[in-house]
Design a protein around this ligand. Structure first.
Ligand code: HEM
Length: 398
């Protein structure tokens, strides 16, 4: 494993895939604590769904996140999670999501308008801005996203601090300076917030620390993930302009607010999330021993799961590394081996939100513009799966 450390650091997602290819569905790592990489769909489902009660989030991944967000919904362990989820679920109910279509349509029109005058664009900043604006309008009713930007900037400073601790990297001794800055930014955001379903949920919480934790959690969980989904979707379509033409043939009129219900746009985003799942790594700790086929994992094992590896498993997906939104697997609705939003009770609360926001932007951009990817994005498997390099597109009017 020490021999492999350069490969792990260079690209952990590809490293996990290589380990699965070399050693099979359940790989044990030679570290003092029992640690397993589990990559078959069947065993992944066992951990996340059928035996979910035997596996909790008491893992380094979620401890690092909780150091930053506090005990919010994403990092919460089972007992806390059972208390928290019902309190925020109403904010993502069908009726609460109703205003999202109009917000996403308006913001995607603004995005397409900005790009329409340009010859070359860098996808990253535009996708970040769009996802942040939609998220801040939906969650907090805040149109001027500066207050949200402040929370995210303070969060990023904190994330660096937390990651430095995990990496044992030298950092200033006052390494928790980011905390008051973050708390002040969250307070300012809440001061300016409107009357949204999410804010109503926050108002129902009696403990201010819980409110702050959920605000940080939902911003972190919802911002970069959606931006990453958009970056990859645009890059993949940019590398295959004939796919853009196909999409337009099948859906000739632009309608960002209904794109979510159009199979073609949905499958394009699904296919992109399959190849480049923003949340490429999911971890659990077994609370009791767990049987996975012929393997018995002892209680207290760290289990590493990877949507990135499962979603490129050649036993489940024909030509697994190939981008094909028309592939037959999508005809079956939610095919086996597809879990970009996780699975089981801890399934992402923001799934429909994300699909709605991503399909709206793609449909609007594709109806107004065509684009071509320049260069190769590479892969950076950090907290979220993002391109390693800046992703540039050449833009043309339709
Ligand atoms: C493309 C976008 C997104 C992807 C790929 C994604 C992925 C995921 C995954 C894989 C999980 C499960 C983690 C686990 O089981 O350990 C998860 C959970 C979660 N996500 Fe997302 N997510 C996305 C967008 C969002 C958005 C927009 C929000 C909120 C605005 C959000 C909030 C959460 C929360 C709070 C949880 C924890 C749910 C629970 O445990 O009850 N996510 N997400």
């Amino acid at each position: 494993m020490l021999r492999d450390s350069a490969g792990i650091m260079a690209n952990p997602a590809l490293y996990l895939r290589r380990m699965a290819g070399r050693h099979g569905d359940v790989v044990q790592f030679p570290v003092p604590h029992p640690t397993y990489l589990v990559t078959s769909w069947e065993h992944t489902r066992t951990v996340l769904v059928s035996q979910h009660r035997c596996a909790d989030k008491d893992t380094p991944q979620y401890h690092s996140l909780a150091a930053l967000t506090g005990p919010g919904l994403l990092a919460a362990e089972q007992d806390a999670w059972m208390q928290q989820r019902p309190k925020v679920q109403p904010a993502f109910a069908r009726t609460s999501l109703a205003p999202l279509a109009a917000i996403a349509a308006e913001e995607s029109r603004a995005w397409a308008g900005e790009w329409a005058d340009r010859g070359f664009v860098d996808i990253g900043p535009a996708a970040d801005r769009y996802s942040l604006r939609v998220l801040s309008r939906f969650l907090f009713g805040v149109v001027d996203s500066q207050r949200v930007e402040d929370v995210l900037a303070a969060t990023r400073a904190g994330l660096e601090g937390v990651l430095n601790r995990v990496r044992f990297a030298p950092a200033p001794a006052n390494g928790t300076d980011w905390r008051p800055r973050l708390d002040a930014a969250v307070a300012r955001l809440l001061d300016g917030a409107g009357d949204t379903p999410f804010v109503a949920c926050l108002r129902g919480m009696s403990d201010p620390e819980e409110v702050y934790s959920q605000v940080r959690t939902f911003l972190i969980a919802g911002h970069e993930t959606v931006a990453s989904a958009l970056i990859w979707s645009l890059a993949l379509l940019g590398a295959a302009p004939h796919r853009q033409a196909e999409l337009l043939e099948q859906s000739p009129t632009a309608s960002p607010s209904t794109a979510l219900h159009n199979d073609r746009w949905r499958r394009t985003v699904d296919e992109s999330l399959r190849l480049f799942p923003p949340a490429w790594l999911i971890t659990r700790r077994t609370r009791s021993s767990m049987r996975l086929g012929q393997f018995l994992l002892p209680a207290g094992s760290l289990v590493i799961l990877s949507p990135f590896v499962v979603q490129r498993d050649a036993r489940l997906w024909g030509r697994p590394d190939h981008f094909d939104p028309g592939r037959p697997e999508w005809e079956r609705g939610q095919p086996p081996g597809y879990l970009p939003f996780g699975s089981g009770p801890r399934l992402c609360i923001g799934r429909e939100f994300s699909m709605s926001v991503a399909t709206a932007a793609l449909s609007e951009l594709a109806h107004r513009l065509s684009w071509q990817l320049l260069g190769t994005p590479g892969l950076r498997a950090g907290v979220v799966l993002r391109p390693r390099r800046r992703v540039t597109l050449r833009i043309r009017h339709r």
